[in-house]
Write a protein that binds this ligand. Sequence first.
Ligand code: QAP
Ligand code: CO
Length: 210
Amino acid sequence: MVLEVLKFPDARLRKKGEAVKEVTPKLQELATNMIETMYAENGIGLAAPQVGESVRLLVIDTRPRDEDGNIVLDGMTELERQVDQPIVIFNPEITVAREKTTYEEGCLSVPGFYETVDRNKYVEVKGLNFKGEEYTIKTDGLLAICLQHEMDHLEGKLFIDRLSFLKSNRIKTRIQKHGYPTAEEVVEERQEVRARRKAAKEAATAAGSK
Ligand code: QAP
Ligand code: CO
């Protein structure tokens, strides 16, 4: 079942997620519906507070795909390839975080807006899987960024809260005054973002091979 994704400034996005005591069939059903919702909305990650459930649960699938929906492995780092996706993780905790990076992020709860956010490049995240078993994800690349972005949702925090005061206020005021951009405007913005990310990646590759 596809769930409704809440949008900023919905107050429910500001509530902290509660720790899961036990992975019950009801929570498993929520996780399954969240995965369905993430795919339906063309997202790469979704946190339970975004669908109005204040529990510590994330679903993620950052695997890049071509036009036919096939997974493109060469768009992933070595570490990312070793992680089983889609990811379901309850009570995620960062145990190791190393090095800094930036990424131009978006969010299903702030559709049509993209800004560069500071994150760690490498993380280890411990939590419970779909079956309630403890496991640890060790990764970098887009998956590491996405884990950090989604974990922020469990603290009631959005990527637009992590920008400079000026940028953050500009976006929040714009949404509160004018609402969200239309579907066509969103598509246009996403194409521009994709082109900028590609250029950023190429620049990083060129710098690394010097
Ligand atoms: C979080 O975000 C993320 O504006 C997941 O019109 C994003 O899935 C982590 C989306 C980037 C790391 C890097 C946004 C879909 C999806 C939109 C998403 C939109 C349609 C965002
Ligand atoms: Co988000």
